[in-house]
Design a protein around this ligand. Structure first.
Ligand code: PXP
Length: 245
């Protein structure tokens, strides 16, 4: 695994939240997100992502303990910037934390983090995570001031929100914003990840952007898993990414 970006290797992280969503629908013990993570790794995933939401609607605290025990690839914990979540991250010490915005009423993470809101608090949180040995990433919209501010507060990486592109892949402006944002971020010394709403049909142009190192993909993989199994779903995505690079 390399972290070079450009035309180099593009990491595929699988977000397994939706496995927990299915389990929570019945308040039972299956399907198990940790077992799903292991299957994803066996199929070639480069990392596993899970979002511990404040309302615990899908991933539970016990899932994180299990994931930390069984995941062999880098584990990326998505979380809101709260004292509770910071304490959990410092205790678990995942490979990476991606800070995301959270609104209780939303169905999924709808927009990027406003990194211009309370920069001292954000800088302090990133420093605490770094001190715990955790790589830091900020999930933001591809807006120049968000990118510049992410570099200013000391993040290692940004994850560009691809939702706008996923909703309008035929609109060249949505892809251009991601490509321009990637260039700007790398010039500022940031590593660049991307994700949200990506599918085997729309991933190609994002995977082809020089400088993107990592994709975080969840919903489509779990949806495809219903039909083809989770290993095949991961392999399909990997093939679609590789075809574009
Ligand atoms: N990246 C972040 C920060 C997210 O919050 C999500 C959604 O949980 C994803 C990536 C994955 O999005 P999707 O499930 O649409 O693939």
């Amino acid at each position: 695994m390399t972290a070079t970006g450009g035309s180099g290797y593009l990491r595929l992280f699988i977000n397994i939240d939706h496995v927990a969503t299915i389990r929570q629908a019945r308040q039972t013990d299956e399907p198990d997100p940790a077992a799903a993570a292991q299957r994803c790794e066996a199929a070639g995933a480069d990392g596993i992502t899970a979002h511990l939401r404040e309302d615990r609607r899908h991933i539970q605290d016990a899932d994180l303990d299990a994931l930390m025990r069984v995941v062999r690839t880098p584990f990326n914990l998505e979380m809101a910037l709260t004292d509770e979540m910071l304490a959990i991250a410092e205790r678990l010490r995942p490979h990476q934390v991606t800070l995301v915005p959270e609104r209780r009423q939303e169905v999924t993470t709808e927009g990027g983090l406003d990194v211009t809101h309370d920069p001292p608090r954000l800088r302090d949180a990133l420093a605490r995570l770094a001190a715990a040995g955790i790589r830091t990433s900020l999930f933001i919209d591809a807006a120049p001031r968000m990118i510049d501010q992410s570099a200013a507060v000391g993040a290692v990486a940004i994850e560009l929100h691809t939702g706008r592109y996923a909703h309008a892949p035929a609109d060249p402006a949505t892809l251009a914003a991601l490509a321009d944002g990637t260039r700007r971020a790398r010039d500022a010394g940031l590593a660049v990840h991307a994700g949200h709403g990506l599918t085997v049909r729309n991933v190609g142009p994002v995977a082809a952007i020089a400088g993107v190192e990592e994709l975080n993909i969840g919903h489509h993989i779990i949806s495809r898993a219903v039909f083809v199994g989770i290993e095949a779903a991961v392999r399909e995505m990997r093939a679609a990414m590789d075809a574009a690079r």
